[in-house]
Design a protein around this ligand. Structure first.
Ligand code: DGJ
Length: 593
């Protein structure tokens, strides 16, 4: 309490003792008798009495999200942040301070993540006495909030963990926190469906017949949900128009969505639909009717991104419009899945709904109303599963996970690139949140050729699905799809609920990459090994982690039996795998008799 002004700040802590997690937020209560202007409202600030840390962050770009970055701290302030109105591809709202000698499996690690999808900052300041101040919260850049007397401002929660067992344990703590404590139980416990998405199969170029062809091809493959991506609405033949006009494009789909939905159901699948609700195209009926609903200042030149503008969700009218527009589609069709995209970030931040002294509130009001919208739709349509997306993984953060328990990880679907992207993502986020699809080879982003098996093995480290033209698959590839679907079901529990161990980092090793999941009772382990670059004739033993040294485990495929001790200290001999992009999954099961 600040007695001079009569301001109160209540710090709230939630302790998750068993998984070494503390969540903290601040509530700023104006009891001063007059309005206040809040210009900085961070969620947590910790002083650590030492300076010999490395700072780890996840930086990136479109199709290169969440790459690992590790640099020693120096005196002064260093930070990662977003000023883009979304958590962003560029930096994730996570950072860790680790000892210089910390490795994947040993050493101090202080990790912090912010449950927020907008402008954030995470900083470490080393002062002249070698104390490190670690802070995170809403980015004070271009932010202020007018707090009337009697009002409160609540910051997002910061989620923090400490371990002396290295980065892997830090990640396991985050995984446990987000798997078991983030989002409604209905959402977080929902089994992720196997999806076939038509984006890389057709892009904008589809009609009813083409979709029927893909859907019919799914028969008997075990795929759960067909997701119709961008291009089904307005006059959408490319990305220059129609965002905001959420009515079916009758040239492409003359009979509407219903025949597509029925065709899915006839083939044993449910139906999912893509939206980009937060956007508007200049060439759209919505923009023509309400130019003032787009974020920009009338009379000034403004920027577009992917030919589109961002709707001003800080305006309550926009929130109400979106509730209705989306509900109209969802209430009138049997839709079980929504892919929620967001393909540009905010510039020209001006809201026609806010007075001059509240303009700096636009970014945060946008976020609060986005969450209100997602909350409304989740409650009104409890059977719909939401998948987050933002030009790939540009808004992959814990707050979006609260409403959409899985997020499209990257528009880069190349299995080898995905090893790095998914490895970085796994620093904070559990496999159940990482949408990962098998796509075509040569890959559309990199041109790389990879075996079908490897594309499946890498995608299996997430919420699994397909993103290719099934009508072009050979019989052999169709058999592989059936095999992968069966494997995904068999491994679902261990991957989604087991403990992750990152064994070989693609950021440190340019030849291979390996990771493992171990079941809670240590009776099963699943090892994935990928050759990321051919190096002929080298010797590779991959040592497992997290097993019981006293137990005996059988390799389900070869029948060979090892002691846990041997698997962890000698390893599995994978020296015969060296071809470019080759991979395998080994499943070990405890032998009890
Ligand atoms: C970006 C997404 O990441 C893609 O998967 C796809 O949905 C496109 N947008 C559609 O415009």
């Amino acid at each position: 309490r600040d007695d001079y002004y009569g301001l109160e700040v209540v710090l709230s802590y939630s302790l998750f003792e068993k998984i070494d997690i503390i969540a903290r937020s601040a509530r700023i209560c104006n009891k001063t008798g007059a309005p206040l202007k809040v210009t900085r409202a961070l969620s947590a600030s910790i002083d650590l009495p030492r300076a010999d840390f490395d700072m780890i962050g996840l930086y990136g770009a479109h199709i290169r999200e969440r790459q690992l970055d590790r640099t020693p701290l120096r005196h002064g302030i260093q930070s990662v942040e977003s000023r883009r109105g979304a958590s962003s591809h560029q930096h994730n709202p996570f950072a860790a301070l680790v000892s210089r000698e910390t490795t994947e499996f040993s050493g101090d690690a202080y990790g912090a993540a912010l449950i927020y999808s907008g402008n954030f900052v995470i900083s470490a300041e080393v002062d002249s006495f070698d104390t490190t101040r670690f802070q995170l919260g809403i980015n004070p850049f271009d932010f202020s909030w007018k707090l009337e007397d009697g009002e409160e401002f609540v910051t997002p929660e910061a989620v923090m963990t400490y371990t002396d067992q290295g980065l892997n344990r830090m990640s396991q703590n985050f995984h446990n926190a987000f798997r078991h404590h983030l989002g409604h139980t209905r959402i977080r416990n929902k089994v992720r469906p196997i999806v076939i998405n038509n984006w890389e199969a057709t892009y904008f170029d589809f009609d009813e017949e083409k979709l029927f062809g893909i859907i019919d091809c799914c028969k008997g493959l075990g795929i759960d949900t067909f997701v119709l991506d961008d291009g089904w609405f307005g006059k959408r033949y490319n990305d220059v128009c129609s965002l905001g006009d959420w009515v079916v494009n009758k040239d492409k789909l003359p009979h509407g969505l219903d025949p597509i939905i029925e065709r899915c159901e006839q083939n044993g699948m449910s139906f999912g639909l893509w939206f980009e609700p937060e956007m508007v195209s200049e060439d759209s009926d919505l923009y023509r009717a309400h130019p003032e609903w787009a974020i920009h200042k009338e009379g000034r030149p403004f920027c577009t991104g992917r030919c589109q503008l961002v709707l001003d969700l800080a305006n309550p009218e926009v929130l109400e419009y979106l509730k209705k527009a989306l509900s109209d589609v969802l209430a009138n069709h049997r839709i079980s899945y929504v892919k929620w995209d967001m393909n540009r970030h905010i510039t020209d931040a001006y809201s026609s709904a806010l007075p001059a002294d509240r303009q700096p509130e636009i970014y945060h009001r946008y976020m609060l109303n986005l969450y209100a919208l997602l909350d409304y739709l989740n409650k009104r349509f409890p059977d719909v599963a939401f998948e987050g997306c933002s030009g790939g993984g540009g808004r992959f953060d814990p707050a979006m996970l609260y409403y959409s328990p899985q997020i499209w990880t990257s528009d880069d679907t190349d299995a080898i690139e995905r090893c790095r992207i998914q490895y970085g993502t796994s620093m904070v986020y559990p496999a159940s949140s990482i949408s990962a699809h098998v796509s075509a080879s040569p890959n559309h982003q990199t041109g790389r050729l990879t075996p079908f098996e490897t594309r499946g093995n890498v995608a299996m480290a997430g919420a699994f699905g397909y993103e290719l033209d099934l009508t072009k698959l050979t019989d052999e590839e169709r058999a592989l799809v059936r095999k992968q679907v069966a494997q995904y079901h068999a491994y679902y529990d261990i991957i989604q609920n087991g403990d992750l161990y990152r064994l070989v980092s693609p950021f440190e090793n340019d030849v291979c990459c390996a990771w493992e999941y171990v079941s809670a009772d240590r009776s099963e382990a699943l090892l994935t090994f990928v050759v990321t670059k051919c190096r002929v004739g080298f010797t590779t033993f991959i040592r497992l982690r997290g097993l019981d040294p006293e137990k005996r485990y059988q390799d389900v495929e070869t029948g060979r039996i090892y002691s846990g001790d041997t698997l962890m200290n000698v390893g599995v001999n994978l020296s015969r795998y060296w071809k470019d992009s080759e991979s395998l999954i080994c499943h070990f099961r405890e032998v009890t008799e």
